[in-house]
Design a protein around this ligand. Structure first.
Ligand SMILES: [Ca+2]
Ligand SMILES: [Ca+2]
Ligand SMILES: [Ca+2]
Ligand SMILES: [Ca+2]
Length: 283
């Protein structure tokens, strides 16, 4: 959707091959080229799209031009009624959505960042299992089809680390975890490693919009600017999560994941991966 350096370089290379004299002003100097690369990276990292560049314009059409609760409501109506998976089917789906881009035999575990065999799922302390990023108890949905099996917030995680995270809200601070050594925790919060802070934020924000309690059997999940949110259908801490969303922009792993969930499993997308700028328009 954005010009890459390859596409920018091609015309220059062709002209040089053709032996044409090219005025230097037409082509960037090295430092200008570096600035262009930096600008392109910044643009693609924030993945802002408008109606002319959005590859999913028809999907999001009814959300354009809206803000606040109107935007939230439009997005809800776009992403609801997804195909609900069984809890058992998540093992195979996660092997697909969370595959290590450098090793097709492995998945990447959310909190440790460890790359580990897809077949080591189970109940042993270093196996991987199904982590509900929106903790099951914060909404009482358990493992039932719907919120309990929604791939948009379920990730492979180390069994003992998943247990240490428990149902803690998310916030900065605490001591480093002995196994997930880039994560910190204390009595009321869990801080994931930097590389997935934004992922965690966008997963929770998706949940708050997807689940509005408008259908029998579905909870109304909402964000709260607090820890110790307990068993209420809330997850915190909103202000920290909004910072994490900016601090750790959308990356290719998240985009790939979003596309796979949409095309192969659930038929719905996480709008905050496609349109990070919409977060600020709602919260
Ligand atoms: Ca472990
Ligand atoms: Ca805390
Ligand atoms: Ca990330
Ligand atoms: Ca909600």
């Amino acid at each position: 959707m954005f010009p890459t350096m390859n596409s920018l370089k091609k015309p220059a290379a062709l002209l040089f091959v053709a032996g044409l004299m090219v005025p230097t002003l037409l082509f960037p100097t090295n430092s200008q080229a570096e600035n262009t690369v930096a600008a392109n990276e910044a643009t693609s990292a924030s993945v802002t799209a408008d109606s002319t560049t959005d590859p999913y314009y028809s999907y999001y059409q009814t959300a354009y031009g809206k803000t606040g609760t109107a935007l939230k409501s439009a997005l809800h109506n776009i992403i609801d009624d997804h195909k609900k998976l069984s809890y058992d089917s998540l093992w195979a789906a996660l092997r697909d959505t969370d595959e290590d881009p450098n090793n097709p035999n492995n998945v990447i575990l959310l909190y440790t960042g460890r790359s580990q065999s897809k077949l080591t799922n189970g109940g042993l302390v270093n196996d991987w299992n199904r982590e509900h990023v929106w903790a099951k108890s914060h909404g009482g949905f358990g493992e039932t089809a719907g919120a309990g099996t929604d791939l948009h917030h379920i990730r492979p995680a180390d069994v003992s680390v998943n247990s240490a995270r428990g149902n803690l809200d998310f916030d900065n601070g605490g001591v480093y975890h002995s196994e997930a050594t880039l994560c910190r925790y204390d009595s009321d919060s869990w801080e994931p490693r930097d590389a997935v802070k934004g992922d965690v934020a966008r997963m929770l924000l998706y949940m708050a919009v997807r689940y509005e309690g408008d259908v029998s059997g579905e909870p109304n999940l909402e964000m709260k600017d607090a820890v110790n949110t307990g068993t209420a259908p809330y997850h915190g801490k909103l202000s920290t999560l909004l910072q994490w969303h900016l601090q750790d922009p959308v990356d290719s792993f998240e985009m790939r994941r979003n596309n796979i969930i949409y095309t192969k499993y659930q038929g719905n997308r996480n709008p905050f991966i496609d349109h990070p700028e919409w977060v600020d328009l709602i919260w």
